[in-house]
Design a protein around this ligand. Structure first.
Ligand SMILES: [Zn+2]
Length: 219
């Protein structure tokens, strides 16, 4: 299937990684509400990622949904359903990235630290290089932080085979969440396509994650 816009953005990314951004800054004038290229991007909030630049998106081309990790959580699904059914997007691009902060903690560790566990406070302080100050209160929200599965790495650790594997697991988890959602059609005339990528913050390059593929083992 020809995912023409996504493929075009992958070409833009090669240019970006070689120092030539295709994204043009400046107010482009009045535009329609629906994304011109029918694309929706889900990406991490990491400060080193400029989604418009790395894909060569122009203003008005795409919806960009960002959160910690670029995880496909309840709110990302909410946005994608609105994006597709009301605003006509049909190509979804999911982007995780190397050195992501979501590799450096677990949900249990962060919750314990926030609730006042001294051992968790100490570990979180060591992992981030800043003093972790517990709020010493319990909370029921957020229900999850969606930290990535697998053995913890120091914050901003350089890419390794294990890190790539952990990122791929979570990209596949997100793709699965989208592809199996009953309100996101993946067959028929109204079908949506989904492609997942790892962005390397050291090179500026996107690498596609094959799907389906391994989703991790507890061993
Ligand atoms: Zn990240």
């Amino acid at each position: 299937m020809a995912n023409t816009h996504t493929d075009r953005y992958l070409e833009n990314n090669k240019q970006y990684a070689s120092g030539q951004a295709a994204h043009k800054a400046g107010y482009p004038g009045k535009l329609p509400i629906a994304p011109a290229k029918n694309v929706a991007v889900v990406a991490c909030m990491d400060a080193r990622i400029d989604v418009e630049d790395l894909l060569g998106l122009q203003t008005g081309d795409a919806h960009i949904i960002r959160n910690a990790g670029g995880v496909v959580n309840d709110d990302a699904i909410r946005c994608l359903i609105i994006s597709h059914h009301l605003l006509n997007t049909n190509e979804i691009i999911l982007i995780h990235h190397t050195r992501c902060g979501m590799l450096a903690f677990t949900d249990d560790l962060l919750k314990a630290g926030l609730e006042g566990d001294p051992a968790a406070e100490k570990l979180l302080g060591q992992a981030t290089g800043r003093k972790f100050t517990s709020c010493k209160k319990s909370a029921s929200m957020p229900a999850a932080f969606n930290a990535f599965r697998g053995p913890l790495e120091p914050l901003d650790a350089a890419r390794s085979a294990r890190q790539t594997e952990r990122l791929e697991w979570d990209v596949r988890r997100g793709m699965s969440a989208i592809l199996n959602h009953p309100w996101i059609p993946t067959t028929g005339p109204d079908a949506v396509t989904v492609r997942g990528f790892i962005y390397d913050v050291d090179t500026g390059k996107l690498e596609e994650v094959n799907y389906p593929g391994p989703t991790g083992s507890i061993g």
